[in-house]
Design a protein around this ligand. Sequence first.
Ligand SMILES: Cc1ncc(COP(=O)(O)O)c(C=O)c1O
Length: 467
Amino acid sequence: MAISVRKPSSKARSTGELPELARKHLWLHFTRMGGYLDEDVPIIVRGDGCYLEDINGKRFLDGLAGLFTVQVGYSFGEEIGQAALEQMRELPYYSNWSYAHPAAIRLAAELAELAPGDLNRVFFVSGGSEAVETAWKLARQFHLGNGQRRWKAISRKLAYHGTTMGALSINGVPQLRQPFEPLVPEVIHIANTNGYRRPADETEAEFTAFLLEELEQEIIQAGPDTVALVVLEPVQNSGGCLVPPAGYLEGVRALCDDYGILLCADEVICGFGRLGEWLGTDRHDMQPDMLTVAKGLSSGYGTIGALIASDRLMEPFLEEGAMFSHGSTFGGHPVQAAIALKNIEILRRERLVEHVRATEGAFRATLAPLLDLPIVGDLRGEGFFYALELVRDKETKQTFEPEESEALLRGFLTPRLYEAGLICRTDDRGDPLVCICPPLVAGQAEFDRIAGILGDVFTEAWTRFCA
Ligand SMILES: Cc1ncc(COP(=O)(O)O)c(C=O)c1O
Protein backbone atom coordinates (compact mmCIF):
# COMPACT_ATOMS: atom_id res chain seq x y z
CA MET A 1 0.00 0.00 0.00
CA ALA A 2 1.39 3.42 -0.96
CA ILE A 3 1.87 5.76 1.93
CA SER A 4 1.03 9.32 1.02
CA VAL A 5 3.31 12.00 2.39
CA ARG A 6 1.02 14.66 3.78
CA LYS A 7 1.86 18.20 4.66
CA PRO A 8 1.55 18.82 8.41
CA SER A 9 -1.97 19.85 9.31
CA SER A 10 -2.47 23.54 9.96
CA LYS A 11 -3.47 22.73 13.57
CA ALA A 12 -0.01 21.26 14.17
CA ARG A 13 1.57 24.55 13.13
CA SER A 14 2.58 26.84 15.94
CA THR A 15 1.77 30.52 16.21
CA GLY A 16 5.44 31.27 15.62
CA GLU A 17 5.16 29.89 12.11
CA LEU A 18 2.24 32.12 11.11
CA PRO A 19 4.19 35.09 9.69
CA GLU A 20 6.16 32.81 7.38
CA LEU A 21 3.07 30.82 6.37
CA ALA A 22 1.19 34.08 5.69
CA ARG A 23 4.04 35.28 3.48
CA LYS A 24 4.04 32.03 1.54
CA HIS A 25 0.34 31.27 1.20
CA LEU A 26 -2.04 34.09 2.01
CA TRP A 27 -3.07 36.50 -0.74
CA LEU A 28 -4.34 39.68 0.89
CA HIS A 29 -7.06 41.78 -0.73
CA PHE A 30 -6.20 45.12 -2.30
CA THR A 31 -2.68 44.71 -0.89
CA ARG A 32 0.69 45.31 -2.49
CA MET A 33 2.05 41.89 -1.66
CA GLY A 34 5.56 42.85 -2.79
CA GLY A 35 5.77 44.94 0.36
CA TYR A 36 5.62 41.75 2.40
CA LEU A 37 8.39 39.81 0.67
CA ASP A 38 10.73 40.69 3.53
CA GLU A 39 8.35 42.16 6.09
CA ASP A 40 5.78 40.38 8.26
CA VAL A 41 2.13 40.94 7.41
CA PRO A 42 0.20 42.39 10.37
CA ILE A 43 -1.61 39.48 12.03
CA ILE A 44 -4.57 40.29 14.26
CA VAL A 45 -5.31 37.51 16.72
CA ARG A 46 -8.09 38.72 19.04
CA GLY A 47 -10.48 41.54 19.82
CA ASP A 48 -12.63 42.97 22.61
CA GLY A 49 -14.88 46.04 22.58
CA CYS A 50 -13.20 48.57 20.26
CA TYR A 51 -9.76 47.01 20.66
CA LEU A 52 -7.66 44.49 18.75
CA GLU A 53 -4.48 42.65 19.58
CA ASP A 54 -1.84 41.50 17.14
CA ILE A 55 0.32 38.38 17.20
CA ASN A 56 3.00 40.22 19.18
CA GLY A 57 0.57 41.19 21.93
CA LYS A 58 0.35 44.84 20.80
CA ARG A 59 -3.06 46.45 21.35
CA PHE A 60 -4.81 48.73 18.89
CA LEU A 61 -7.84 50.94 18.97
CA ASP A 62 -9.87 49.92 15.93
CA GLY A 63 -10.86 53.22 14.36
CA LEU A 64 -12.26 51.44 11.30
CA ALA A 65 -14.65 48.88 12.83
CA GLY A 66 -12.92 46.08 10.93
CA LEU A 67 -13.79 47.40 7.52
CA PHE A 68 -16.73 49.72 8.34
CA THR A 69 -18.39 46.57 9.65
CA VAL A 70 -18.13 45.65 13.33
CA GLN A 71 -20.96 47.79 14.70
CA VAL A 72 -21.28 45.95 18.04
CA GLY A 73 -17.52 45.71 18.60
CA TYR A 74 -15.59 42.53 19.26
CA SER A 75 -17.04 41.30 22.58
CA PHE A 76 -20.20 39.47 21.50
CA GLY A 77 -18.59 36.29 20.18
CA GLU A 78 -20.04 34.08 22.93
CA GLU A 79 -23.60 35.31 22.48
CA ILE A 80 -23.60 35.41 18.69
CA GLY A 81 -21.66 32.12 18.63
CA GLN A 82 -24.38 30.52 20.76
CA ALA A 83 -27.04 31.66 18.27
CA ALA A 84 -24.93 30.23 15.43
CA LEU A 85 -24.45 26.97 17.33
CA GLU A 86 -28.17 26.55 17.97
CA GLN A 87 -28.89 27.15 14.29
CA MET A 88 -26.13 24.69 13.35
CA ARG A 89 -27.76 22.04 15.54
CA GLU A 90 -31.21 22.67 14.13
CA LEU A 91 -30.45 23.20 10.45
CA PRO A 92 -26.85 23.96 9.44
CA TYR A 93 -27.66 24.63 5.80
CA TYR A 94 -30.48 24.96 3.44
CA SER A 95 -30.82 27.14 0.38
CA ASN A 96 -33.31 29.80 -0.64
CA TRP A 97 -33.77 28.19 -4.06
CA SER A 98 -37.47 27.33 -4.02
CA TYR A 99 -37.39 26.69 -0.25
CA ALA A 100 -37.57 28.85 2.84
CA HIS A 101 -36.35 28.25 6.39
CA PRO A 102 -37.24 29.99 9.65
CA ALA A 103 -34.04 32.05 10.09
CA ALA A 104 -34.26 33.62 6.60
CA ILE A 105 -37.99 34.29 7.02
CA ARG A 106 -37.52 35.95 10.42
CA LEU A 107 -34.61 38.06 9.18
CA ALA A 108 -36.52 39.10 6.04
CA ALA A 109 -39.45 40.23 8.21
CA GLU A 110 -37.09 42.10 10.55
CA LEU A 111 -35.42 43.92 7.62
CA ALA A 112 -38.76 44.76 6.02
CA GLU A 113 -39.74 46.41 9.29
CA LEU A 114 -36.52 48.44 9.44
CA ALA A 115 -36.60 49.51 5.79
CA PRO A 116 -38.48 52.64 4.71
CA GLY A 117 -41.88 52.74 2.98
CA ASP A 118 -43.01 49.63 1.17
CA LEU A 119 -39.54 48.06 0.88
CA ASN A 120 -40.81 44.70 2.05
CA ARG A 121 -39.13 42.13 -0.18
CA VAL A 122 -35.76 40.77 0.90
CA PHE A 123 -33.37 38.86 -1.36
CA PHE A 124 -30.36 37.49 0.54
CA VAL A 125 -26.79 37.40 -0.76
CA SER A 126 -23.33 36.88 0.74
CA GLY A 127 -21.97 40.44 0.83
CA GLY A 128 -22.09 44.00 -0.45
CA SER A 129 -20.79 43.49 -3.99
CA GLU A 130 -23.33 40.76 -4.58
CA ALA A 131 -26.08 43.00 -3.21
CA VAL A 132 -25.18 45.78 -5.67
CA GLU A 133 -24.86 43.24 -8.50
CA THR A 134 -28.33 41.98 -7.60
CA ALA A 135 -29.75 45.51 -7.58
CA TRP A 136 -28.62 46.14 -11.15
CA LYS A 137 -29.87 42.76 -12.38
CA LEU A 138 -33.20 43.23 -10.65
CA ALA A 139 -33.59 46.70 -12.18
CA ARG A 140 -32.91 45.33 -15.67
CA GLN A 141 -35.29 42.41 -15.32
CA PHE A 142 -37.96 44.52 -13.63
CA HIS A 143 -38.02 46.94 -16.58
CA LEU A 144 -38.10 44.00 -19.00
CA GLY A 145 -41.09 42.63 -17.10
CA ASN A 146 -42.78 45.97 -17.81
CA GLY A 147 -41.95 45.75 -21.49
CA GLN A 148 -38.95 48.09 -21.44
CA ARG A 149 -35.34 47.24 -22.22
CA ARG A 150 -33.39 49.51 -19.89
CA TRP A 151 -29.86 48.55 -18.92
CA LYS A 152 -27.76 51.59 -18.01
CA ALA A 153 -26.82 52.56 -14.47
CA ILE A 154 -25.86 55.91 -13.01
CA SER A 155 -23.58 56.29 -10.01
CA ARG A 156 -21.25 58.93 -8.63
CA LYS A 157 -17.62 59.71 -9.23
CA LEU A 158 -15.25 58.11 -6.72
CA ALA A 159 -18.02 56.01 -5.13
CA TYR A 160 -17.06 52.43 -4.23
CA HIS A 161 -19.75 49.77 -4.69
CA GLY A 162 -17.82 46.49 -4.82
CA THR A 163 -15.69 44.25 -7.00
CA THR A 164 -17.82 41.79 -8.98
CA MET A 165 -18.00 42.84 -12.63
CA GLY A 166 -21.37 44.58 -12.38
CA ALA A 167 -20.65 46.26 -9.05
CA LEU A 168 -17.15 47.14 -10.26
CA SER A 169 -18.60 48.82 -13.35
CA ILE A 170 -20.83 50.88 -11.08
CA ASN A 171 -17.76 51.99 -9.09
CA GLY A 172 -16.71 55.55 -9.74
CA VAL A 173 -13.02 54.89 -8.98
CA PRO A 174 -11.21 54.85 -12.36
CA GLN A 175 -8.05 53.14 -11.07
CA LEU A 176 -10.13 50.21 -9.78
CA ARG A 177 -12.03 49.81 -13.04
CA GLN A 178 -9.22 50.20 -15.56
CA PRO A 179 -7.39 46.84 -15.13
CA PHE A 180 -10.65 44.97 -15.84
CA GLU A 181 -12.01 46.87 -18.83
CA PRO A 182 -14.07 46.34 -20.91
CA LEU A 183 -16.63 46.29 -18.13
CA VAL A 184 -20.38 45.80 -18.06
CA PRO A 185 -22.01 48.42 -20.27
CA GLU A 186 -23.04 51.13 -19.58
CA VAL A 187 -22.51 53.21 -16.48
CA ILE A 188 -22.58 57.00 -16.29
CA HIS A 189 -20.66 58.60 -13.44
CA ILE A 190 -21.98 61.91 -12.20
CA ALA A 191 -20.53 64.43 -9.73
CA ASN A 192 -20.50 63.47 -6.07
CA THR A 193 -21.49 65.82 -3.25
CA ASN A 194 -18.01 66.94 -2.22
CA GLY A 195 -18.49 70.66 -1.55
CA TYR A 196 -14.99 71.35 -0.21
CA ARG A 197 -13.68 73.02 -3.35
CA ARG A 198 -16.92 74.55 -4.61
CA PRO A 199 -16.94 78.35 -5.08
CA ALA A 200 -16.86 80.12 -1.70
CA ASP A 201 -19.94 82.23 -2.50
CA GLU A 202 -22.08 79.28 -3.69
CA THR A 203 -25.08 78.57 -1.46
CA GLU A 204 -26.13 75.03 -0.52
CA ALA A 205 -29.25 75.42 -2.67
CA GLU A 206 -27.10 76.45 -5.65
CA PHE A 207 -24.83 73.46 -5.14
CA THR A 208 -27.87 71.14 -5.05
CA ALA A 209 -29.26 72.75 -8.21
CA PHE A 210 -25.90 72.30 -9.96
CA LEU A 211 -25.76 68.59 -9.05
CA LEU A 212 -29.35 67.90 -10.10
CA GLU A 213 -28.95 69.81 -13.35
CA GLU A 214 -25.95 67.64 -14.22
CA LEU A 215 -27.85 64.46 -13.37
CA GLU A 216 -30.78 65.46 -15.55
CA GLN A 217 -28.51 66.37 -18.46
CA GLU A 218 -26.75 63.00 -18.20
CA ILE A 219 -30.09 61.16 -18.17
CA ILE A 220 -31.25 63.05 -21.26
CA GLN A 221 -27.96 62.47 -23.05
CA ALA A 222 -27.99 58.73 -22.22
CA GLY A 223 -31.56 58.41 -23.53
CA PRO A 224 -33.96 58.31 -20.56
CA ASP A 225 -35.67 55.11 -21.66
CA THR A 226 -32.34 53.23 -21.59
CA VAL A 227 -31.50 54.07 -17.98
CA ALA A 228 -32.46 51.35 -15.48
CA LEU A 229 -31.00 52.47 -12.18
CA VAL A 230 -29.36 55.19 -10.09
CA VAL A 231 -27.17 53.84 -7.26
CA LEU A 232 -25.88 56.03 -4.45
CA GLU A 233 -24.92 55.89 -0.81
CA PRO A 234 -26.83 58.22 1.53
CA VAL A 235 -23.38 59.43 2.68
CA GLN A 236 -20.65 58.48 0.20
CA ASN A 237 -17.63 56.86 1.84
CA SER A 238 -15.02 57.00 -0.89
CA GLY A 239 -13.95 60.60 -1.39
CA GLY A 240 -14.35 61.12 2.36
CA CYS A 241 -17.78 61.01 4.01
CA LEU A 242 -19.63 63.07 1.45
CA VAL A 243 -22.87 64.21 3.07
CA PRO A 244 -25.66 65.23 0.63
CA PRO A 245 -26.58 68.92 0.53
CA ALA A 246 -30.15 69.83 1.49
CA GLY A 247 -32.68 68.91 -1.19
CA TYR A 248 -30.29 66.71 -3.17
CA LEU A 249 -31.72 63.27 -2.38
CA GLU A 250 -35.29 64.51 -2.82
CA GLY A 251 -34.23 65.96 -6.17
CA VAL A 252 -32.65 62.68 -7.29
CA ARG A 253 -35.86 60.86 -6.30
CA ALA A 254 -37.95 63.32 -8.32
CA LEU A 255 -35.75 62.92 -11.42
CA CYS A 256 -35.90 59.12 -11.12
CA ASP A 257 -39.70 59.36 -10.96
CA ASP A 258 -39.86 61.74 -13.93
CA TYR A 259 -37.80 59.41 -16.11
CA GLY A 260 -39.03 56.02 -14.82
CA ILE A 261 -35.62 55.13 -13.34
CA LEU A 262 -35.23 53.00 -10.19
CA LEU A 263 -33.29 54.40 -7.24
CA CYS A 264 -31.06 52.18 -5.08
CA ALA A 265 -29.59 53.36 -1.76
CA ASP A 266 -26.35 51.52 -1.11
CA GLU A 267 -26.44 51.18 2.68
CA VAL A 268 -23.54 48.74 2.91
CA ILE A 269 -21.66 51.22 5.12
CA CYS A 270 -24.36 53.69 6.22
CA GLY A 271 -26.78 51.03 7.51
CA PHE A 272 -27.20 49.60 11.01
CA GLY A 273 -26.56 52.63 13.14
CA ARG A 274 -23.47 54.09 11.51
CA LEU A 275 -25.16 57.47 10.98
CA GLY A 276 -27.13 57.45 14.24
CA GLU A 277 -30.27 55.98 12.64
CA TRP A 278 -30.98 52.38 11.70
CA LEU A 279 -30.44 53.30 8.07
CA GLY A 280 -28.82 56.23 6.28
CA THR A 281 -32.08 56.66 4.38
CA ASP A 282 -33.80 57.43 7.72
CA ARG A 283 -31.26 60.09 8.53
CA HIS A 284 -31.60 61.73 5.12
CA ASP A 285 -35.26 61.04 4.53
CA MET A 286 -34.42 59.23 1.31
CA GLN A 287 -37.10 57.19 -0.45
CA PRO A 288 -35.37 54.56 -2.60
CA ASP A 289 -36.93 51.68 -4.54
CA MET A 290 -34.32 49.34 -3.14
CA LEU A 291 -31.61 49.15 -0.51
CA THR A 292 -28.39 47.16 -0.44
CA VAL A 293 -27.05 46.08 2.98
CA ALA A 294 -24.18 43.85 4.17
CA LYS A 295 -21.28 44.59 6.61
CA GLY A 296 -23.13 45.92 9.71
CA LEU A 297 -26.10 43.59 9.08
CA SER A 298 -24.08 40.93 10.91
CA SER A 299 -21.44 43.27 12.41
CA GLY A 300 -19.02 41.07 10.44
CA TYR A 301 -19.75 38.07 12.71
CA GLY A 302 -21.20 36.44 9.61
CA THR A 303 -21.03 36.84 5.85
CA ILE A 304 -24.42 38.04 4.76
CA GLY A 305 -25.90 40.83 2.68
CA ALA A 306 -29.30 41.58 1.23
CA LEU A 307 -31.20 43.52 -1.35
CA ILE A 308 -34.41 44.97 0.07
CA ALA A 309 -36.87 45.90 -2.67
CA SER A 310 -40.23 47.62 -2.74
CA ASP A 311 -43.42 45.62 -3.23
CA ARG A 312 -43.77 47.30 -6.64
CA LEU A 313 -40.51 45.69 -7.82
CA MET A 314 -41.85 42.24 -7.01
CA GLU A 315 -45.02 42.72 -9.09
CA PRO A 316 -43.76 41.55 -12.52
CA PHE A 317 -42.29 38.50 -10.81
CA LEU A 318 -45.66 37.49 -9.37
CA GLU A 319 -47.11 36.96 -12.84
CA GLU A 320 -47.68 33.39 -13.81
CA GLY A 321 -44.45 31.69 -14.95
CA ALA A 322 -42.23 34.66 -14.07
CA MET A 323 -39.20 34.60 -11.79
CA PHE A 324 -36.16 36.71 -10.97
CA SER A 325 -33.41 34.72 -12.73
CA HIS A 326 -30.81 35.14 -10.04
CA GLY A 327 -29.59 33.33 -6.94
CA SER A 328 -26.63 31.78 -5.15
CA THR A 329 -25.91 28.75 -2.99
CA PHE A 330 -25.24 30.71 0.19
CA GLY A 331 -27.79 33.53 -0.13
CA GLY A 332 -29.91 33.44 3.04
CA HIS A 333 -27.74 30.77 4.69
CA PRO A 334 -29.54 29.84 7.94
CA VAL A 335 -26.48 30.23 10.17
CA GLN A 336 -25.66 33.64 8.67
CA ALA A 337 -29.28 34.70 9.05
CA ALA A 338 -29.29 33.57 12.71
CA ILE A 339 -26.12 35.60 13.29
CA ALA A 340 -27.66 38.70 11.69
CA LEU A 341 -30.83 38.31 13.78
CA LYS A 342 -28.77 38.12 16.97
CA ASN A 343 -26.70 41.14 15.87
CA ILE A 344 -29.87 43.19 15.36
CA GLU A 345 -31.12 42.05 18.77
CA ILE A 346 -27.84 43.22 20.35
CA LEU A 347 -27.92 46.58 18.53
CA ARG A 348 -31.44 47.07 19.94
CA ARG A 349 -30.79 45.80 23.45
CA GLU A 350 -27.58 47.83 23.86
CA ARG A 351 -29.32 50.87 22.35
CA LEU A 352 -26.33 51.43 20.07
CA VAL A 353 -28.20 53.45 17.45
CA GLU A 354 -29.38 55.80 20.20
CA HIS A 355 -25.83 55.87 21.61
CA VAL A 356 -24.45 57.06 18.28
CA ARG A 357 -27.11 59.73 18.01
CA ALA A 358 -26.52 60.91 21.59
CA THR A 359 -22.71 61.07 21.33
CA GLU A 360 -22.02 62.03 17.72
CA GLY A 361 -21.85 65.70 18.75
CA ALA A 362 -19.18 64.91 21.34
CA PHE A 363 -17.27 62.81 18.79
CA ARG A 364 -17.26 65.60 16.23
CA ALA A 365 -16.33 68.18 18.88
CA THR A 366 -13.37 65.99 19.90
CA LEU A 367 -12.17 65.73 16.30
CA ALA A 368 -12.83 69.38 15.40
CA PRO A 369 -9.65 70.84 17.01
CA LEU A 370 -7.64 68.80 14.47
CA LEU A 371 -8.83 71.41 11.95
CA ASP A 372 -6.41 73.83 13.62
CA LEU A 373 -3.48 71.78 12.32
CA PRO A 374 -1.98 73.18 9.10
CA ILE A 375 -2.24 69.83 7.27
CA VAL A 376 -5.95 69.25 8.00
CA GLY A 377 -8.15 70.97 5.42
CA ASP A 378 -11.60 69.58 6.11
CA LEU A 379 -13.59 67.45 8.55
CA ARG A 380 -16.64 65.76 6.99
CA GLY A 381 -19.22 63.26 8.11
CA GLU A 382 -21.82 62.50 10.75
CA GLY A 383 -22.77 59.77 13.22
CA PHE A 384 -19.69 57.62 13.84
CA PHE A 385 -18.41 58.20 10.31
CA TYR A 386 -15.85 60.94 9.60
CA ALA A 387 -13.09 61.84 7.17
CA LEU A 388 -10.28 64.33 7.58
CA GLU A 389 -8.91 65.65 4.29
CA LEU A 390 -5.21 66.45 4.28
CA VAL A 391 -3.89 69.42 2.28
CA ARG A 392 -0.55 70.96 1.48
CA ASP A 393 -1.94 74.49 1.78
CA LYS A 394 -5.03 75.26 3.79
CA GLU A 395 -5.58 78.74 2.37
CA THR A 396 -5.64 77.61 -1.25
CA LYS A 397 -6.88 74.05 -0.44
CA GLN A 398 -4.00 72.81 -2.58
CA THR A 399 -3.73 69.03 -2.42
CA PHE A 400 -0.68 66.79 -2.70
CA GLU A 401 0.85 65.55 -5.95
CA PRO A 402 0.28 61.78 -6.47
CA GLU A 403 3.89 60.89 -5.50
CA GLU A 404 3.69 63.09 -2.41
CA SER A 405 0.37 61.54 -1.44
CA GLU A 406 1.86 58.05 -1.89
CA ALA A 407 4.79 58.90 0.39
CA LEU A 408 2.55 60.64 2.92
CA LEU A 409 -0.16 57.98 3.14
CA ARG A 410 1.51 54.65 2.46
CA GLY A 411 5.05 55.61 3.30
CA PHE A 412 4.30 57.44 6.54
CA LEU A 413 0.75 57.70 7.91
CA THR A 414 -0.36 54.08 7.63
CA PRO A 415 2.69 52.56 9.37
CA ARG A 416 3.00 55.43 11.86
CA LEU A 417 -0.64 55.21 12.96
CA TYR A 418 -0.31 51.44 13.31
CA GLU A 419 2.83 51.94 15.39
CA ALA A 420 0.95 54.46 17.54
CA GLY A 421 -1.79 51.86 18.16
CA LEU A 422 -4.59 53.21 15.95
CA ILE A 423 -6.07 51.33 13.02
CA CYS A 424 -7.85 53.64 10.61
CA ARG A 425 -8.03 54.03 6.89
CA THR A 426 -5.81 56.31 4.86
CA ASP A 427 -7.33 56.75 1.44
CA ASP A 428 -6.23 58.49 -1.74
CA ARG A 429 -8.77 57.16 -4.23
CA GLY A 430 -9.60 60.87 -4.43
CA ASP A 431 -7.77 63.56 -2.47
CA PRO A 432 -5.75 62.17 0.46
CA LEU A 433 -7.70 61.62 3.63
CA VAL A 434 -8.02 59.60 6.80
CA CYS A 435 -11.33 57.82 7.55
CA ILE A 436 -12.55 57.29 11.07
CA CYS A 437 -15.32 54.78 11.61
CA PRO A 438 -15.07 53.06 15.01
CA PRO A 439 -17.38 50.37 16.38
CA LEU A 440 -20.63 51.86 17.66
CA VAL A 441 -19.71 50.91 21.25
CA ALA A 442 -16.97 53.59 21.22
CA GLY A 443 -17.27 56.33 23.86
CA GLN A 444 -15.43 59.47 24.94
CA ALA A 445 -12.27 57.53 25.93
CA GLU A 446 -11.99 56.22 22.36
CA PHE A 447 -12.84 59.62 20.80
CA ASP A 448 -10.04 61.20 22.88
CA ARG A 449 -7.56 58.51 21.96
CA ILE A 450 -8.35 58.73 18.24
CA ALA A 451 -8.02 62.53 18.26
CA GLY A 452 -4.84 62.41 20.38
CA ILE A 453 -3.03 59.93 18.14
CA LEU A 454 -4.17 61.65 14.93
CA GLY A 455 -3.05 65.02 16.31
CA ASP A 456 0.47 63.76 17.10
CA VAL A 457 0.88 61.89 13.82
CA PHE A 458 -0.51 64.75 11.67
CA THR A 459 1.83 67.22 13.40
CA GLU A 460 4.77 64.98 12.59
CA ALA A 461 3.51 64.55 9.00
CA TRP A 462 3.39 68.32 8.52
CA THR A 463 6.98 68.70 9.73
CA ARG A 464 8.20 65.91 7.48
CA PHE A 465 6.26 66.61 4.31
CA CYS A 466 5.17 70.24 4.26
CA ALA A 467 7.17 72.52 6.56
C1 LIG B 1 -20.86 51.25 -0.24
C2 LIG B 1 -20.34 49.88 -0.52
N1 LIG B 1 -21.01 49.06 -1.34
C3 LIG B 1 -20.59 47.82 -1.61
C4 LIG B 1 -19.43 47.33 -1.05
C5 LIG B 1 -18.96 45.96 -1.37
O1 LIG B 1 -19.13 45.13 -0.25
P1 LIG B 1 -18.34 43.76 -0.10
O2 LIG B 1 -16.91 44.12 0.18
O3 LIG B 1 -19.03 43.09 1.07
O4 LIG B 1 -18.51 42.99 -1.35
C6 LIG B 1 -18.70 48.13 -0.18
C7 LIG B 1 -17.47 47.64 0.45
O5 LIG B 1 -16.73 48.33 1.11
C8 LIG B 1 -19.16 49.45 0.09
O6 LIG B 1 -18.48 50.27 0.90
